[in-house]
Design a protein around this ligand. Structure first.
Ligand SMILES: Nc1ncnc2c1ncn2[C@@H]1O[C@H](COP(=O)(O)OP(=O)(O)OP(=O)(O)O)[C@@H](O)[C@H]1O
Length: 286
């Protein structure tokens, strides 16, 4: 769907428009004399520093509307995180552009929480860091605590005493306390237990209802099916499929099964077949 179409459809309001965005990393590499055979010789033979380009994301266009929660799937190294970093503005696209109605907030496993201070203090710090006033932090505190599901005792402990699941819960609760219009969750949910997953699912629903839009990057296909209403499959930096989560995850499994069985030729043909049916979005500005 184009932005033009999206705008003219009464029920769709684009929250994010990715217009032919691509990303190529530049990596510094050591230049080595060709004759070197073993590691030591190769190290001795280093003649200088070169550069290597990694095309992590090929030009990709996508429009996501408010109220959509989009699952992002793809095998390791397929470009999912890179796309999310381009969305949040952490990485400027090499070509193309990204437009969003507000700054997308990334909730990732590495989001900044301070291990040495208590959960309570992390709530204060995290909320202040997201731009809340002290008064807003106090207004939100109970809701954050409730969503985290952590006891007062746990919240008094320094975060270094938390399990990874407990840390994820708190991180999720802090990050979503802002009611961000566009929220990106990168793998953060996989460490939670069933009870927490149910809470996050209902919080994601709330965000969607509050006219937000959510991107969820995950290798857990049940999580994607449970929590999203649209799914995109990225492979080798390209958009392969975009549609209903049940259908996309099923098709994707067809690919991963071939890869796991080392049927590489068949997997490549399957991928090309699926991609050929993609109705690629093109953004037309009015
Ligand atoms: N900082 C970087 N410098 C150079 N290349 C990078 C960098 N980060 C990622 N890449 C490369 O870009 C490609 C896409 O990586 P990306 O992290 O986006 O994949 P991903 O789909 O998120 O993978 P995973 O599921 O393993 O997290 C890979 O080939 C990777 O090696």
């Amino acid at each position: 769907m184009s932005v033009q179409e999206a705008v003219t459809t009464p029920t769709s309001h684009p929250a994010v428009a990715i217009d032919e965005a691509s990303l190529t990393y530049t990596v510094a590499t050591a230049s080595v004399q060709k004759k070197s055979r073993n590691l030591l010789q190769r190290l001795r033979g280093i003649t200088g520093v070169g550069e290597q380009k990694v095309e992590a994301l090929k030009p990709l266009s996508l429009v996501v509307n408010t109220g959509e929660s989009v699952g992002v799937i793809g095998t390791n190294g397929s470009g999912k995180s890179t796309l999310m970093k381009v969305l949040t503005g952490h990485l400027p696209p090499t070509t193309g552009a990204v437009y969003a109605t507000s700054t997308p907030i990334m909730l990732g496993v590495n989001a900044a929480l301070v291990k040495q201070i208590s959960g309570h203090d992390n709530i204060t710090l995290g909320c202040l860091a997201m731009g809340m006033t002290r008064q807003q932090v106090e207004e939100k505190r109970d809701a954050v605590i409730e969503l985290s599901g952590l006891t007062d005792n746990a919240l008094r402990l320094p975060m270094k005493a938390y399990s990874s699941g407990m840390a994820s819960r708190l991180q999720f609760a802090i990050a979503t306390s802002m009611d961000p219009e566009i929220l990106i969750i990168d793998e953060a949910l996989n460490t939670g237990d069933a009870q927490f997953r149910a809470r996050t699912a209902s919080r994601i629903d709330e965000l969607r209802e509050e006219a937000g839009c959510v991107f969820l990057v995950s290798h857990s296909l049940p999580t994607i099916r449970e929590m999203t209403n649209r799914c995109i499959w990225i492979q080798q930096g390209e958009l392969i499929m975009d549609g209903d989560p049940a259908e996309v995850t099923k098709t994707y499994t067809g690919y991963t099964k071939r890869m796991a069985a080392k049927k590489y030729k068949s997997a490549a043909e399957y991928l090309a077949d699926v991609k050929s049916t993609l109705n690629a979005q093109k953004i037309i500005w009015q």
